[in-house]
Write a protein that binds this ligand. Structure first.
Ligand code: NAP
Length: 448
């Protein structure tokens, strides 16, 4: 049975029984990197490593389904920065993750292959569930979050992000979402927002859940009403959710971006205080080894002039380039919450500013199922908007990843997998009208 017949059934609105009766194909189309090519960029500068060269789109074998898993017909997916890392083989080739998972028994062994199917987001339809799956059935319309944990491991309980074997699906595991079929654990599934198209629904889970944990959850900075929050990269993947959480939660966002177009976008989203870091010309690093405190101070002054005080929370992810400034400008007893280090992970900051003013640096990583579910619910209710700015077909996944690698995009880039065109999959037109077509399409209009 070719995948196209499954697609026809999905598009015709086939019920669960009909979908469950369709045989699964032996192979499916997927985006992947190849183990033998992991050294292809040796000696090339990071910025010049080109995902268009390393990402392939072709047929791969469909793995057997474990009892706690589901096959999902992927209608759309999205580009996350982790696919940039996988495709440029930095900081390490991801095949090491697959080999480690491969040593975890029969089902783990399936993952240790010479190709790595990437992608950590998906929206689609459940095709099959394993014998141990209780809450989901064929025909369910779903989105997929990427927290990949073994729920029989005691350390995975309480907060599953603390699990000893916690992984990110499609980055530290195989069979990810940039494909026509995804293999996921049942505890990754969440309901698809009914008022969104497949591609609008596909872009949220990873970045939305990450921003939710960093800002809203007690596991993160637990933002309070009135908190001033400095958000780096505020029109990017995680930043565009972060500013929405700050606005929704009664906080005061100070958004940092790098172009006048992005400033306009943030104003349209409702953020008043926006800094164009390029126009401001901050030079936090005088040279490769030396930071410039007067530049940190200048940023601090700019923030105070916009919102009257220092930020209670700094939403950090650029890493080496900005961390010194983030620690400096954060308010006395405030929190710098960080989930990444795009510009370099060997961080330097002046510790005197941290301890003397009793600040906290809080590490955060993705989100547990509960946090991802709660964040997804806010999307389902139209309270958080999908920042979809551009859409590519799966065959152009290399170009889409290149756009994110080179910071040429805004918000999120969606990828059509099985969905033949944009705009399909909307079930709740009333809610869509209530939320507002203009608001849902805000990033798309700016990206056009
Ligand atoms: P993104 O869409 O590329 O957005 C990042 C934004 O950061 C860019 O839009 C850019 O905004 C800003 N930026 C980049 N370099 C900067 C620099 N040197 N100084 C200041 N700002 C800079 O990426 P994303 O999806 O938001 O992800 C951001 C980072 O978080 C990535 O490293 C990603 O791997 C990581 N991440 C981690 C988790 C986790 O669970 N740990 C989850 C999601 C993402 P402007 O140019 O407009 O300022």
């Amino acid at each position: 049975m070719p995948v196209s017949e499954i697609l026809q059934a999905v598009l015709a609105g086939a019920g669960g029984d009909e979908l469950a009766g369709l045989p699964m194909p032996e192979s499916y189309r997927a985006a992947f990197v190849v183990r033998g090519e992991a050294g292809m960029f040796e000696g090339v500068d990071s910025a010049d490593k080109d995902p268009r060269k390393s990402l392939h789109v072709d047929e791969v074998a469909l793995p057997e389904l474990a009892p706690d898993e589901a096959y999902v017909a992927v209608m759309a997916s999205s580009i996350n920065f982790n696919t940039v890392w996988t495709s440029i083989f930095e900081p390490l080739p991801t095949f090491g993750f697959l080999d480690r998972l491969g040593r975890e028994g029969r089902w783990g062994a399936r993952h240790a292959l010479d190709h790595h199917v990437v992608g950590s987001d998906a929206s689609g339809v459940v095709l099959r569930v394993g014998s141990a799956v209780r809450n989901w059935r064929p025909g369910d319309k779903v989105t997929v979050h990427c927290n990949y944990v073994d729920d029989q491991d005691p350390s995975a309980h309480d907060d599953s992000m603390l699990a000893a074997n916690q992984r990110i699906w499609g980055f530290e595991s195989n069979f990810g979402g940039l494909a026509d079929i995804a293999v996921v654990r049942a505890n990754q599934l969440m309901p698809k927002p009914a008022h969104l198209s497949w591609e609008e629904a596909a872009v949220n889970a990873l970045c939305n859940s990450t921003a939710y944990r960093m800002l809203v959850s007690p596991n993160g900075a637990a933002m309070a009403q009135g908190d001033r929050v400095l958000v780096w990269g505020a029109s990017g993947g995680i930043g565009s959710y972060a500013v929405q959480y700050v606005l929704n939660g009664g906080g005061i966002p100070v958004a940092v971006v790098s172009s006048p177009e992005k400033v306009d976008l943030l104003h349209d989203l409702g953020v008043e205080a926006v800094i164009d870091r390029r126009a401001a010309g901050y030079r936090f690093w005088r040279d490769e080894h030396t930071q410039d405190e007067s530049e940190w101070r200048r940023l601090g002054k700019d923030i105070r002039s916009l919102v009257g005080d220092d930020p209670d929370i700094v939403f950090e992810h650029p890493g080496r380039q900005t961390m010194g400034a983030s620690v400096f400008v954060c308010k006395r007893a405030g929190t710098v919450v960080t989930c990444a280090a795009t510009s370099g992970y060997m961080i330097e900051y002046d510790n005197r500013h941290l301890w003397m003013k009793l600040k906290t640096i809080k590490g955060s990583h993705f989100a547990n199922y509960r946090e991802a579910w709660d964040a997804n619910q806010l999307i389902c209710e139209g309270k958080i908007l999908p920042p979809l700015s551009a859409v590519y077909p799966l065959r152009d996944v290399g170009e889409a990843t290149y756009q994110v690698h080179r910071n040429l995009h805004e918000g999120k880039i969606g990828v059509l997998c099985l969905a033949p065109e944009e705009g399909l999959g909307i079930d709740d037109h009333d809610l869509r009208a209530k939320v507002g077509e203009d608001r849902i399409a805000l990033f798309r209009r700016h990206g056009a």
